[in-house]
Design a protein around this ligand. Structure first.
Ligand code: SF4
Ligand code: SF4
Length: 441
């Protein structure tokens, strides 16, 4: 007698086993079975004919059948016993993979894929990118180069990666948020995804009795590379992960595991001859297709960069207050994408005006933006960006707010306000006073 079980919330796409082809999990530990039984009590059943149906370890007649519902080829006559063992292991991995995928979807992730962790597909490109200095200013990437190239340094014995996606766009947000990248308008996605990812990690660890490690943009893991080899999408020329029916507006999280899971396999690159993203970038940040000079990218300049923004890039910021979506917005694969389902990612009310953001003090900034992605730019970064956007908009009505910002305690904000006032002067003629006053550190 065998115990068969399968999770309730499974779809054919994410859980390739139908109840009729569910394999035996007799080599999973009794503790794991008890845990699974508690979670899906309705899906357990006792089945006398299981061994015959899936033909894994007894009847030679059953083993000789051509590919059964699992799709795993039957073994040849010779070396039957070792093939039987291997087949049993494959079936266990298949069942475990299905269960973990189902759990990921149950936790609210929109998609999930599994990849084998071996030599990273784009390791050489990553090394060249770092060596060229395109990631300058993001020291944490260089400091963790070795770990990123070799996931086994983070989790010895790692075999597989479970990669999940959470969609964040598009939504009909209040127009006041247009200058903020879509991903950053609501709660910080780390806060939204981390607890669920940890539940998934613990579930896999407990069910498989395997070592697991969760990563969400904060560990030294080349997540996009792992996600691409798992088949969650392909890496587009704009360096984003793109999926055929989901576009690129999604976050990814990863659980590395020592468990052997059945990989999904990569999807084909569908960029073709398109170059829309490369041509639309406001700062010409793409050195070549798939090669981004992050130092020129507005996502870096408006969020990670501290202090004054180099003059050459200030006009190119145009209207972008936090991040930039241009190379995603022009991508044809983002024309028809699923709406974000996660309510926490929606913004809380309209965004304050640029003048209010420019004048915001630390306490108000913390109260308003703690727990959101915008918090990462800090009060000074957001005020600096607000001043630069006011300068780019060229609205003379912003002059008083910019003039007050010349007394801001942060030198980067003062420099941005001075630049914006000079730009207003160039647009509207003389402005009162000296825009350069107070701009120096
Ligand atoms: S995010 Fe904006 S600035 Fe950065 S590469 Fe894309 S289009 Fe260019
Ligand atoms: S805009 Fe075109 S080239 Fe760029 S990522 Fe999308 S499909 Fe690929």
């Amino acid at each position: 007698m065998e115990i068969l079980f399968w999770p309730r919330s499974t779809s054919p796409m994410n859980f390739p086993l139908s109840p009729e082809s569910s394999p035996s999990l007799s080599c999973v530990s009794p503790r794991s079975l008890r845990s699974a039984r508690k979670r899906w009590p309705m899906n357990f059943r006792m089945c006398r004919s299981a061994r015959f149906r899936i033909g894994i370890e007894d009847s030679r007649g059953a083993l000789r059948r051509k590919n059964d519902a699992t799709g795993i080829p039957n073994p040849p006559e010779r070396g039957l016993r070792s093939h039987v063992t291997m087949r049993h292991m494959q079936l266990t991995a298949l069942a475990l993979t299905g269960i973990v995928k189902a759990r990921a979807l149950e936790l609210g992730f929109d998609r999930v894929a599994v990849g084998h962790v071996g030599a990273l597909q784009h390791a050489a490109e990553f090394q060249r990118w770092l060596d060229a200095g395109y990631g300058e200013g993001m020291d944490w990437i260089e400091e963790t180069r070795a770990e990123r190239l070799e996931p086994a340094r983070l989790l010895p014995g790692v075999r597989s990666a479970v990669v999940v996606a959470l969609h964040y766009g598009p939504r009909a947000d209040d127009p006041s948020w247009e200058a903020v990248s879509r991903y950053a308008r609501g709660a910080d996605y780390h806060e939204v995804m981390r607890p669920r990812l940890h539940v998934l990690r613990d579930f896999l660890s407990e069910t498989a009795g395997a070592g697991c490690r969760a990563s969400l943009d904060t560990s030294a893991v080349l997540e996009r590379d792992l996600a691409a080899s798992a088949g969650l999408g392909w890496i587009g020329k704009n360096t984003n992960l793109i999926a055929p029916r989901a576009g690129s507006y999604f976050f990814i999280g990863t659980v590395l595991t020592t468990a052997e899971l059945v990989p999904d396999g990569p999807v084909a690159d569908h960029c073709g001859t398109c170059t829309a993203c490369l041509e639309a970038c406001p700062t010409d940040a793409f050195v070549a297709p798939w090669v981004l000079d992050a130092r020129r990218c507005l996502a870096y300049l408006t969020i990670e960069h501290r202090g004054d923004v180099p003059d050459a890039w200030k006009p190119h910021m145009r209207d972008w207050l936090f991040g930039c979506d241009v190379c995603q917005d022009v991508c044809p694969w983002n024309r028809k994408v699923p709406l974000a389902r996660e309510p926490a990612l929606a913004p809380h009310g309209p965004l304050e005006s640029l003048e209010v953001l420019l004048a915001m003090d630390d306490a108000t900034f913390r109260a308003r933006f703690r727990g959101t992605a915008i918090f990462r730019a800090k009060r000074a970064g957001l005020a600096r960006n607000a001043a630069l956007v006011l300068g780019n908009r060229g609205d003379g009505a912003a002059e008083p707010a910019l003039r007050r910002a010349l007394d801001d305690p942060d030198p980067g904000v003062r420099a941005a306000a001075a630049w914006a006032l000079a730009r207003l002067e160039a647009t509207h003629g003389a402005v009162s006073g000296d825009p350069g006053a107070g701009a120096s550190g």
